[in-house]
Every structure is written in structure tokens, then in C-alpha cells.
Design a protein around this ligand. Structure first.
Ligand SMILES: NC(=O)c1ccc[n+]([C@@H]2O[C@H](COP(=O)([O-])OP(=O)(O)OC[C@H]3O[C@@H](n4cnc5c(N)ncnc54)[C@H](OP(=O)(O)O)[C@@H]3O)[C@@H](O)[C@H]2O)c1
Length: 291
């Protein structure tokens, strides 16, 4: 029986990126649907679960994507709520690459640092990627400073993450100038820049003034990058005593994790790949499961 992936995209055109990765992950038939939301998805889910019989449902799976992460989260919940008893298929959510990117960033940090008790700062921490990075770091036991231009938005994001994990600590901070960002990074071991594309938090030469910083990760590939000292291609490159990863340096792990998660969907009919499950997979991919 052929494997079928139903791609539910919340945008008006289904992502070509997600389609290519599905094919490269070995999916035999890809059914792509665009403009999907909670009000029009139920019939599509019924079509997936009522066709092949429970024993064969591991051959069908659903991928939730699109550029709007909030819409993707709502759709993911609705898809899961439509399942009942054995009438379910495995499902993955990675709107805008949020889960695979955050997971790849945190495993990059973990391959150099003891994350339990690590003092970390997430710049641009209120976005979908930044929030997931902060959540995964807190789950690992880090003390996370979550930075936004608005302290109120930072507090809202911290509260949302605290409702998902009780480990580590989350402290909100508001900052909008480079000197404020520098002050917040000072004395910290890990900085992850997860700001919007083209937003630069720390200009060239900043790492020289952060002697305690062990690892710097910048997820923004669009010039100007988030941490000017970090090259987009950097992957474990050392600069001023700091190990650096750029957006494309993290991207290799992200792609491997994305493909393996798609392949994993067909192992049974009840797999769920969301933030935590994708992180668990990223740890395996990076050979860090025992650490
Ligand atoms: N490498 C990869 O494979 C990959 C995959 C996906 C995404 N990404 C990149 O990861 C980064 C984060 O993605 P995302 O979707 O979470 O980003 P996002 O939602 O577009 O932005 C993240 C945060 O950046 C802050 N921000 C926006 N404009 C700013 C400005 N002018 N100055 C300072 N802060 C500003 C906002 O926080 P406040 O308004 O609260 O300050 C926002 O919540 C992006 O650069 C994206 O391109 C990389």
C-alpha cells in the first residue's frame, strides 16, 4: 500500500518547501491542500481516516503547515480533535518551520553546553521560533531571559511557556537598543537571536565584549543578520572564544529532522510530531539522546 501525506496548508498556496521535503522524505503520494482552516478541514480528515481501515492507517498521515504559526496551531488542534478511537492518522505541525528550526537551534547549543542551569538569552523571543527555543531551553533546565521590544509581550510569552513546562526559569525583559541588548547578554553563556528576518540586534565586534558567552546562535539569514559577528553559514565556528552557528549552519540539522519526522509519521497511525516530539527527534539526529 502506498504512503500518502495530506499537506494541510493555511496559506492560499501550499508551501513548495514543505512539498519538496515530503517527496525527499520518501512520501509516495502527496495530496496538497491550500487555504485550510478549522472550518473546512473536518471533511478532509474524515477522508483520511475512513478510507483504509484502522490496521492500514499507518500508511496515511497529515502535515500541518503554512506561514502563520497561530493558524497552524489552531488547525493542528482541530485535526487532532476530529480523530476518535483507532480512527486516527499520524500528524506533524511545522508551520513556517517553527518546530524544526527551534529544535535544531537547541541541539546545536546542547552539543557544546550543559543546558541544565545554563544562563541563556533569547532575543526576539516572542516570535513562534523564539518562543519554542525558550520553551525547549526551559525544558532542559536553563535559566532563560526572553527578550522583546515590549516587556508586556515578553511576559505574555513567558506565561504561555510556563504553562507548558515547570523546569528551568523564564524571565521577561524589554529592550530595543543595542546597548540594552548587550546589557542583557552580558554574563550569559548562550544567546539565541530569533528576531524577524533582517533585524540586527548586535553589530560587528559585539562578541569581543561578551567574554562569558560560550555559544551564539543566529537564526536570521536575511541581511542584516541578527548577530553581525555570526556568519549565516557558521556551524560551530569559534570567534572571540564563542562557538557560533548561523541560520544556514543550523539549517542542515533542521532539514534532517524535518525529513525524519515525515518518515516517522508512517511508523504507526498515532504519532504526533509537535514541539517536544520534534525536539526528541532532533536529539536523536544529533546523537545527543544520552546527554
Ligand atoms: N534557519 C531556518 O531554517 C529558519 C526557519 C524559520 C525561521 N527562521 C528565522 O528565524 C527567525 C525567527 O522566526 P519567527 O517566525 O519567529 O520571526 P518573527 O515572528 O517574524 O519575529 C520574531 C520577533 O522579532 C521581533 N522583532 C520584529 N521586528 C523587530 C525589530 N525591528 N527590532 C527588534 N525586534 C523585532 C518581534 O518581537 P517583539 O515585537 O516582541 O519585539 C517578533 O516577535 C527569523 O529571522 C526567521 O527568518 C529561520
Amino acid at each position: 500500500m502506498k504512503t500518502i501525506l495530506l499537506q494541510f496548508d493555511t496559506d492560499s498556496r501550499a508551501s513548495s518547501f514543505d512539498r519538496v521535503v515530503a517527496v525527499d522524505a520518501g512520501v509516495e503520494e502527496l495530496f496538497s491542500y491550500a487555504g485550510i482552516n478549522k472550518d473546512n478541514v473536518t471533511g478532509l480528515v474524515h477522508g483520511a481516516i475512513f478510507t483504509r481501515g484502522p490496521a492500514k492507517l499507518n500508511n496515511t498521515a497529515i502535515f500541518v503547515g503554512g506561514s502563520n504559526v497561530g493558524d497552524g496551531e489552531t488547525l493542528m488542534k482541530h485535526v487532532q480533535n476530529t480523530f476518535f478511537g483507532p480512527m486516527r492518522v499520524s500528524v506533524m505541525m511545522d508551520s513556517n518551520g517553527c518546530n524544526t528550526t527551534a529544535a535544531a537551534a537547541v541541539v546545536a547549543a546542547k552539543s557544546h553546553l550543559q543546558l541544565n542551569g545554563c544562563s541563556a538569552v533569547v532575543l526576539g523571543g516572542t516570535g513562534p521560533v523564539g518562543q519554542r527555543v525558550a520553551q525547549l531551553l526551559a525544558m532542559e533546565g536553563s535559566d532563560v531571559l526572553l527578550v522583546s521590544r515590549s516587556e508586556e509581550r515578553a511576559e505574555t510569552a513567558c506565561a504561555a511557556i510556563r504553562s507548558k513546562t515547570s523546569t528551568g526559569s523564564l524571565t521577561p525583559a524589554g529592550a530595543s537598543t543595542e546597548s540594552e541588548f548587550m546589557e542583557l547578554c552580558s554574563g550569559r553563556k548562550l544567546v539565541v537571536a530569533a528576531g524577524a528576518a533582517g533585524v540586527c540586534f548586535l553589530t560587528e565586534g559585539s562578541l569581543n565584549s561578551l567574554p562569558d558567552l560560550d555559544v551564539a546562535i543566529d537564526l536570521n539569514a536575511v541581511p542584516p543578520t541578527g548577530l553581525a559577528d555570526v556568519g549565516a553559514m557558521d556551524k560551530g565556528k569559534e570567534l572571540a572564544g564563542t562557538i557560533c552557528y548561523g541560520a544556514l549552519g543550523v539549517g542542515g540539522t533542521k532539514m534532517k529532522v524535518h525529513k525524519q519526522a515525515i518518515a516517522g509519521l508512517f511508523e504507526s497511525n498515532d504519532r504526533v510530531f509537535d514541539t517536544e516530539e520534534i525536539y526528541a527527534l532532533a536529539l536523536q539526529v544529533a546523537g545527543l539522546t544520552d546527554k
